[in-house]
Design a protein around this ligand. Structure first.
Ligand code: ADP
Ligand code: MG
Length: 564
């Protein structure tokens, strides 16, 4: 360490050259194609546009074009707009404390021009003719007068062409598209009175009416079924004012990817608000299930600091406790109006304590094969008690069945022998733009598992066949969970594994289900035949083993000579 330090000290302190500074700064603003879209859309919103069109090609690397009908940039200011720290939104320090625009740092346009080729065509209310400007490597290489209706069009091409490190870090074009689709969807939810359209590779994937009705935007983004199941949140007499839509407890998702928060109409991420939502839903949703929420807070600008994150993705609330309480209560109030749901009770394990006689130290030794087990019975409708040569094995019936189904699915798929069932009545699913983008690239994997999915109108799809192991009662739940997998996060495991896990999980015997002796024996027999019988596909144990030796120890049979 000291050597490294010494090495570093060999270089004298120096002020970095302007081009180095601008590249460093650009890196903070423009992380990926979606960041460019974000900055351009925010500029259009700040310019008072009522219509904003976004077009992207090649994951945003080839082209990003944002068109608006806002105020436009005055001809004499257009070059200034591309200078660092040049902005029309604040002029003095005090303004930083009461920001009412989305932008304020004057960094976006110069940063984008540093990492891409940019063209702008704009017509301001103040000018008789429009102006066209093109920039390469941050420098202007053409300027002329050109006609245009009032507003601005900015085209960004060859993003990160001279930044191979950045390019390498990007995900596939489809994934980058899905980030963009997600982002534009969020702005559409934040501004229902503005008409947004998004075209990806020539396909219109989002088109809102701009009629000011949030529920109508939800129809566009999440589909009609979701829109119908959203409750209105509206607390006007609190500070902050909390409004929006939140899902009924009967509608849930398997990730937090459907939480949208807007503060003074700025789309933000917030742990505080995430917690407030989760607390509000406590008791309404099973663990591992999350609602869909669209929450807008509005409060005086001096109550927040928006200058706390390089990409303006977070804000600091000066009175965060008030914000938390107001949000949590507003959602709770909406939920309280709904009759309480009844959940199937999951029995708590009677003799499954995390206690010293559960042998964990021998885990690796235990993950050989499973011996032949003799079934003793079922406990708490949840665990199967079995006996083997090495003592007692307590099996979690759900986890065990998950393991069986998981391996079955993967084997059938790899042999291309998946058993398929046709549906008498196809299922109609509605996808968000970002889910749709991911579906395009994953359709063949779903196909290999026995799903046939066909387009059916705007962002609607028909599921015509499903794997045979899906029971009718689990059909909707299983397909919904699969669609949830199609969120913007890259799956950590492979898609094949994720799909198999999800299907296994939603179709396995549930905890609390009473099993006949025959069913229990069959389950144990099938578990014995799996390649990894001791863990479910999520790597949780399927069984707890109590060796004969442990039992003897527990009953004090080893210490004394008393062996009877
Ligand atoms: P900031 O938004 O922080 O001011 P930007 O670099 O994003 O900084 O933009 C610089 C300036 O260019 C803005 O302050 C605004 O005056 C002008 N501008 C940028 N985009 C637009 C647009 N779409 N319509 C009108 N003016 C714009
Ligand atoms: Mg800006």
């Amino acid at each position: 360490m000291s050597l490294l330090l010494l090495d570093k000290r060999l270089m004298p302190i120096q002020v970095l050259a302007p081009e180095v500074v601008s590249k460093i700064a650009a890196g903070e603003v423009v992380e990926r194609p979606a960041s460019v879209v974000k900055e351009l859309v925010e500029n259009s919103l700040d310019a008072g546009a009522t219509q904003i069109g976004v077009e992207v090609r090649g994951g945003g690397i080839e082209l990003i074009r944002v068109t608006d009908n806002g105020l436009g940039v005055p001809a004499r200011e257009i070059e200034l707009a591309f200078q660092r720290y040049a902005t029309s939104k604040i002029s003095q320090l005090a303004d930083l404390e009461r920001i009412s625009t989305l932008g304020f740092r004057g960094e976006a346009l110069p940063s984008i021009a540093t990492v891409a080729e940019v063209e702008i065509l704009t017509q301001s209310v103040a000018d008789s003719s429009g102006t066209y400007l093109s920039l390469k490597n941050g420098a202007i290489n053409r300027r002329e007068s050109r006609a245009r209706a009032r507003g601005t069009t900015i085209s960004v091409r060859q993003l990160f062409r001279n930044f191979p490190a950045r390019l390498k870090f990007l995900k596939s074009p489809a994934t980058e598209n899905s980030y963009i689709a997600h982002l534009v969807s969020q702005y559409a939810l934040a501004f229902p009175e503005i008409r947004f359209s998004l075209i990806i590779n020539g396909r219109l994937v989002l088109n809102t009416s701009g009629n000011g009705n949030l529920r109508d935007v939800v129809v566009e983004v999440y589909g009609a079924e979701v829109a119908q199941k959203m409750l209105e949140v509206n607390n006007r007499d609190t500070m902050p004012v909390v409004s929006g839509l939140v899902s009924l407890p009967s509608l849930s998702r398997s990730s937090r990817g459907y939480f949208s928060f807007f503060v003074n109409r700025r789309w933000i991420q917030s742990r505080l608000l995430t917690k407030a939502v989760e607390q509000a839903y406590q008791g309404f949703l099973m663990s591992g299930k999350y609602p869909i929420v669209i929450i807008s807070l509005s409060l005086p600008p001096e109550e927040i600091d928006v200058n706390v994150h390089p990409a303006k993705r977070e804000v600091k609330f000066w009175h965060d406790q008030n914000v938390f309480i107001a949000t949590q209560r507003a959602i709770r109030k909406a939920l309280a109006a709904v009759p309480a749901p009844k959940f199937k009770t999951v029995p708590t394990p009677a003799i499954l304590p995390s206690n010293p006689w559960v042998e964990t130290g021998e885990k690796s030794a235990l993950s050989l094969e499973l011996p032949i087990l003799r079934v003793v019975g079922q406990l708490a409708n949840n665990y199967i008690i079995t006996e083997g040569p090495e003592g007692l094995y307590l099996i979690d019936q759900h986890a065990a069945h998950e393991r069986i189904l998981y391996e079955k699915l993967l084997t059938q798929r790899s042999r291309q022998q998946v058993e398929v069932q046709g549906l008498l009545e196809p299922i109609v699913i509605e996808l968000t733009p970002r889910q749709e983008e991911i579906l395009r690239t994953k359709a063949d994997v779903l196909n290999q598992f026995g799903f046939s999915i066909e387009p059916f109108g705007t962002r609607s799809y028909l599921i015509k066949t499903v794997p045979a192991l899906i029971k009718e009662a689990n059909l909707m739940e299983s397909t919904k969970a699969l669609m949830d997998l199609l969120t913007f996060k890259e799956a950590s495991a492979s898609w094949e594994e994720k799909i198999a896990q999800s299907l296994a999980c939603h179709n396995a015997i549930k905890a609390g289900q009473i099993l006949s002796n025959e069913e229990i024996r069959e389950l144990v027999r099938q578990l014995e035949q799996t390649s990894q019988p001791r863990a479910c596909p999520h790597a949780r144990p399927t069984m707890v083993h109590l060796s004969s030796r442990q039992l003897e120890k527990e009953f004090g049979r080893m210490a004394s000579s008393h062996t009877r």
